[in-house]
Write a protein that binds this ligand. Structure first.
Ligand code: HEM
Length: 352
């Protein structure tokens, strides 16, 4: 009798656990399921952009939004947004409807990203967003971006003679710009073909954090493996590098040494200035998190967007021609750095 009761209770617990584990939130019940395998397979084989796009539109059919079939069972459901309108709704939604993912100590994501703006909600997010918004407006400098673009042209003339991976090339300029823009540091990715040591450390950290094996089996990160020790040592090295910049910047501010455009217009300086003005206490760990997140969020996204833009300009030469004549209309046909006013001018009608 005791055994029957014991196994019945055990069975109820297991059913309850499995049910909750696989439960779909009520709001998502009407979203259709579509297999994510064709897309995944194309990405794994690194298929060209056109093919990936075609597979995506074929598999999603008419659905603007769908749940990925392969995530039907398991704790996480993946919802893919296909139409720009749905993406806009999601990004505009308040954090009560769509809170951002937060990482906790013990995960490799927390080790690197911490609680920066893209991974925080509530009061912490509000406080640092209040500092970051005006800082962004001052740190986005057209002259600095223009000058760095000229450095890219010189780099290309010196070092490129044949076909090249455009994304990797553009990463050099976006890393350079983000270093200057986020914390006033020059990595020197455009000085020579050699990759700066700190960028190699950073790329190693990212490859570790994004390793599919480690995402699926996170317990691997807890094992006493050499690779895990190497990862923690790399994080320490990168952190020391950022903390040194923060300390130096604070020291410069306290001693009124911030006086020229090279060390006064980055996000970090502006955030420190606004925090002083607003009487908001900032701690070094949170500033480190914000700097890391801005650096990561800012450079791969822009390198990707530029790569895709160049790809489409090459694919549609008539559009490239129109874009080129617009530039010549506004800037003339001599190589020149545009002003922020010139960048706002548009003489083209949007093509439907
Ligand atoms: C084409 C370029 C870019 C794309 C496509 C892009 C995309 C996005 C998206 C989709 C989000 C929302 C994520 C979410 O709500 O979970 C986001 C947030 C964010 N991005 Fe970007 N981004 C770009 C450039 C940049 C740059 C240049 C920076 C920094 C200099 C940056 C810093 C951030 C930050 C700090 C957040 C979090 C904002 C917050 O939650 O308050 N991004 N980005």
């Amino acid at each position: 009798m005791f055994l029957i009761i014991f196994f019945t209770v055990l069975l109820i617990i297991i059913i309850h656990y499995v049910y909750n584990f696989n439960k779909i939130p009520k709001e998502s019940e009407n979203i259709p399921y579509v297999s994510g395998l064709p897309l995944m397979w194309a990405l794994i084989r690194q298929k060209p952009h056109d093919e990936v796009e075609e597979i995506m539109s074929k598999t999603s059919g008419d659905h603007e939004i769908y749940l990925v079939e392969q995530t039907r069972f398991g704790p996480f459901k993946q919802i893919n947004f296909v139409s720009p309108e749905c993406v806009k709704d999601l990004l505009m939604a308040s954090e009560d409807v769509a809170p951002k993912i937060e990482f906790h100590p013990g995960s490799v994501f927390y080790d690197f990203f911490g609680k920066g703006l893209p991974f925080s909600n509530g009061d912490l997010w509000k406080t640092y967003r209040k500092l970051a918004t005006p800082a962004f407006n001052s740190a986005l400098r057209t002259d600095m971006i223009g000058e760095t673009t000229m450095e890219l042209f010189t780099f290309m003339e010196k070092n490129l003679s044949g076909p090249t991976d455009i994304f990797i090339l553009l990463q050099r300029i976006t890393i350079e710009i983000l270093g200057k823009m986020a914390f006033g540091h020059q990595f020197n990715c455009l000085k020579s073909l050699e990759i700066p040591h700190m960028i190699n450390v950073y790329k190693y950290i990212i490859s570790f954090v994004e390793s599919p094996l480690r995402i699926i089996f996170p317990f691997i990160n807890k094992l006493p493996l050499e690779s895990n020790k190497k990862f923690l040592a790399a994080i320490k090295e990168f952190d020391n590098f950022i903390y040194e910049i923060i300390e130096k910047k604070k020291d410069e501010m306290n001693n009124n040494k911030i006086n020229n455009k090279e060390n006064s217009n980055d996000l970090l300086t502006k955030m420190l200035e606004y925090s002083k003005q607003e009487g908001i206490n900032t701690d070094n760990k949170q500033l480190r998190d914000e700097m890391v997140n801005n650096f990561v969020a800012g450079h791969d996204t822009t390198a990707g967007a530029l790569t895709v833009s160049l790809y489409y300009l090459a694919k549609y030469p008539e559009i490239q021609e129109r874009a080129r004549s617009e530039v010549i209309n506004i800037l003339g046909d001599k190589l020149t750095i545009p002003t922020s006013e010139q960048l706002k001018v548009s003489t083209l009608e949007i093509i439907p």
